[in-house]
Unconditional design. Sequence first.
Length: 175
Amino acid sequence: MYFGTASEATAHFHSVGFPCPPSFNPSDFFLDLISIDRRTAIAADKSSKRIKFLAEAWSTQKKGTPALTYAPNIAVGEGRKSKYAQPWLTQFLALTWRAFAVMKREKASNIARLSQVSPAALVCPPIAVILLQIFLVIIADAAASKGEGGEGGRGGREKGVEFPRCEVLLLPHQG
């Protein structure tokens, strides 16, 4: 497909008939070019042909250059402390910026996600309060059963802490 500097990549793909659109991230554009689109059979066939064309265009353009081979155990250069090209903060900021750019483009899916999460945000706090009430009653019952005071485990004072009363009334089903 391409091997060279990032600054020459856009010119290479433009020379073989695939110019990068203005205000489009070149790395996203290159990934789209060399990825198979599996949404439909027609799109998969079209993208496969495009990838074969790009591979042939690269091999004919670079005649005389040695073929690249897979080398998984590339040694880290002398004097380098990390095997990564950029420090982690630079990578983090670049990925964060990219995530915000994607979020900005996909407004409809973000609205759908927000509508799915909003009801849960409204329901969870009341459930947490109810569970806290139950937990406090259980603690009060445990303290009362150990003989630490209280009214037989039904609320009351336990070591200077006031525990709330929680009673449940079960009504028969009317049907």
